[in-house]
Design a protein around this ligand. Sequence first.
Ligand SMILES: *Cc1c(COP(=O)(O)O)cnc(C)c1O
Length: 383
Amino acid sequence: MKFGTKVIHAGIEPDPTTGAVMTPIYQTSTYAQESPGKHKGYEYARTKNPTRSALEANVAALENGKKAVCFGSGLAATGAILQTLEPNDEIISTNDLYGGTYRLFTKVFGKYGIKSHFVGMSKPADIEEYINDNIKMIWVETPTNPMLNIIDIEAVCTIAKKHGIPVCVDNTFASPYLQNPIDLGADIVVHSATKYLGGHSDVVHGIVVCKEEAFADELFFLQNAAGAVPGPQDCFLILRGIKTLHLRVQRACENARKIAEFLKTHEKVANVYWPGFEDHPGHEVAKRQMRDFGGMVSFSLKYDTFEAAAMVLGNTHFFTCAESLGGVESLIGHPATMTHGSIPREQRLKVGITDSLIRLSVGVEDASDLVADLKHALDWIEV
Ligand SMILES: *Cc1c(COP(=O)(O)O)cnc(C)c1O
């Protein structure tokens, strides 16, 4: 099955009781048992739910994994992965990490004796010096937020394999349509399904895909034992969103390209960060490991102030100023005050998050309207 067929058909069967073509929302907490312990495979909905099972089978196929396991949010999914570790285990993680993941690693799991090393991975060989006997996981996020740096997944996995360390890739920014980390050697893939998989900014959800059945079994145990499960309606919404994943991401990529090219020539724009540019440092790797360059674009202004950025953010009409990404509608954000507001200024300047940096999640609207919207907003900056 090719990708566009998988999104519609993988793991999806007409409902066995009614023939309903669309997977029903099994809104139930429990299931009738014929006699004690004699049931149809479903006992209690924390443990198993048919809507959730259909979604798990579908996403496992999209990522070419063995099994997928659903959770109530991307961070709940990430938390479950970390719950498989033991006190004194250590993680090597990319330093350019989603803020919520950083907080979970340091403030929550740090307390239970799991130590994280945050390392730049633009040169994968740099990981070697952090490897010791306690390292039990390598955590990769690519493209990164908001600078859209690219990490070579295959190169990281080659190093990890030499030492027998599993690699987990947060594939939220790329989506399975653009990038399949398991094919590149990764063991675990995690998605905030809130973003591209759901695709309509109407649900919070997380999914882990496992290359090996044994790790999936550990996560199924934690899904039931720790209980961070999604509701059936949320699973339905993700299943519904996935049916158009390939169409949405393809259009978002096309729009992002037009917007990046427009911004690059604009007199008020200083830098444009988009891996599709040949002079982007990760361009060659992105070309190799992704099918296109994604729907995210960041840019900074020549007039590098909060005020200038605020002029742009306050004057777009189709780009809504909001957190999150990956929906059909275009969003605009200011990392220095929004997603990365808790990082000290000196530290964020070092990684390129300047006062005027603006991040776009490009949606599937008509590209000419989006370009005109940004053009109009940029006109408001007085230099
Ligand atoms: C949003 C996001 C998360 C967290 O997911 P939630 O569904 O919000 O819990 C993790 N990683 C990345 C890259 C994200 O963008």
